[in-house]
Structures are given as structure tokens and as C-alpha cells.
Design a protein around this ligand. Structure first.
Ligand code: DX5
Ligand code: ZN
Length: 219
């Protein structure tokens, strides 16, 4: 049974205080920090890049769970590894060769994640499951925080859990988008062991990060 971990998304943090916000996550019991990188091309939004990640690196020992919503992605992987990413998650549609990009992330000694959008089928990554560390199941269409959870993606979570058990694979199953106190239990029961959450952690209970993380964990 994999430990349930919380990876708060800083997309919902105060961008003018990112260093302090990350310290609050660390003190509030976060297991890692979910960094949503958006390029305004793969998704219709633009956030942060390597220089900001590099400057945040010294503010915490927490792992940076970097979600690259950028295309093309392959040529930028090294920049994020050097900036301090620990897990580098890419979208299969954003690279000409998923195998080359997986190899590149491994070469850089980082954990490899692949992210599936709500409409993307597991089949397209099935042959890579034996060599990756994380599957990130999007429960919203990527690009923005604060969207409504799409419960239909839980079928993919269940399937990934079964495939992992039947083949003795070891990847984590992370779910990302619209996770809150009402749906976190069903996400965990379906098989997700890492919950990404932005709005729920930063905005609920007057922004009491520690309380919100505990509530999500104790779902
Ligand atoms: C969306 C991002 C998610 C999002 C989560 O493209 O990948 O990580 O920021 O934010 P909430 O929890 O507010 O849906
Ligand atoms: Zn994300």
C-alpha cells in the first residue's frame, strides 16, 4: 500500500510571496511541491520557468514535483533538471519521442512522470509503464486552477492501479485538478496515492494550509 502524499500546487499561491508560501507548505506538512509550468502554447496560460524554480530551490528541502505543460518539451528538460526539479512530468503529446524524453529525464537522474489529460487514453503510454516513476492523471483540462473535478477520470486511476499490481510495476499514481475535501476520498479509494491540490489548500479555512493538508490526508 503506497503512502498517501499531498503535493500542493503553487499555481494557487501568492506569486509575489512564493518563497514564503513554499515555507508555509513545508511547515504545513506538504510531502512535495507541485510546480505548474505553463507556456501559453500547450495550454492557454503562462506561469513560471527555470529562473523562478532556481530561486525557489534554496527555500525548501521539499521535492519539486514539476508538471511541464509546455510543448515542445524535450529541448527544455535539462533546464528544469538544472533549476532543481526532482520529478519531471511531461505530456506525451508535447514530445516527438516519448522514449527519448523519458531517457533524457533518467539521464539527468530525475524521476520521470507522464501526465494524461482527461481525454487521453492509458493505451498510449502502456508500453512505458515499466520504466516510469509516476503517472499524473489530470482531473481537469490543464491550464488553470480552480476548475471542477472530472470524476470520470477515476476509471483510469483504477485501471492503472490494476495494471501496476498485475505487472508488479512501481509507479505512483498522482491526480491533479479540482481535488477537494469532498472528492479526495474517492480519488484515494480508486488508487491515487499522490493528491495535487491548489485552490483547496491555499483558499479554504481562511488559507490555513496546515489544516487543509491534514483534512485532505485524513480523507
Ligand atoms: C492545472 C494544473 C493543476 C491545478 C490544480 O493545469 O495542472 O495542478 O493547478 O489546481 P486546483 O487544485 O485548484 O484545481
Ligand atoms: Zn499540475
Amino acid at each position: 500500500m503506497k503512502k498517501i502524499q499531498i503535493s500542493p500546487s503553487i499555481l494557487s499561491a501568492d506569486f509575489s510571496q512564493l518563497g514564503n508560501e513554499i515555507k508555509k507548505l513545508e511547515n504545513g506538512g506538504a510531502d512535495m511541491v507541485h510546480v505548474d509550468v505553463m507556456d501559453g502554447h500547450y495550454v492557454p496560460n503562462l506561469t513560471i520557468g527555470p529562473p523562478v524554480i532556481k530561486s525557489l530551490r534554496k527555500h525548501t528541502k521539499l521535492k519539486f514535483d514539476v508538471h511541464l505543460m509546455i510543448a515542445p518539451v524535450h529541448k527544455y528538460i535539462e533546464d528544469y533538471a538544472e533549476a532543481g526539479a526532482d520529478i519531471i512530468t511531461i505530456h506525451p503529446e508535447a514530445t516527438d519521442s516519448l522514449q527519448d524524453s523519458i531517457n533524457k529525464i533518467k539521464e539527468l537522474k530525475k524521476k520521470v512522470g507522464i501526465s494524461l489529460n482527461p481525454e487521453t487514453k492509458i493505451e498510449i503510454i502502456e508500453k512505458f509503464l515499466n520504466q516510469i516513476d509516476l503517472v499524473l492523471i489530470m482531473s481537469v483540462n490543464p491550464g488553470f486552477g480552480g476548475q471542477k473535478f472530472m470524476p470520470e477520470v477515476l476509471e483510469k486511476v483504477k485501471k492503472l492501479k490494476t495494471v501496476r499490481e498485475n505487472n508488479k510495476f512501481n509507479y505512483d499514481i498522482e491526480i491533479d485538478g479540482g481535488i477537494n475535501f469532498e472528492n479526495s476520498k474517492s480519488a484515494i479509494e480508486a488508487g491515487a496515492n499522490i493528491l495535487v491540490s491548489g485552490t483547496t489548500i491555499f483558499k479554504n479555512n481562511d488559507g490555513d494550509i496546515k489544516k487543509n493538508i491534514e483534512l485532505l490526508k485524513s480523507a
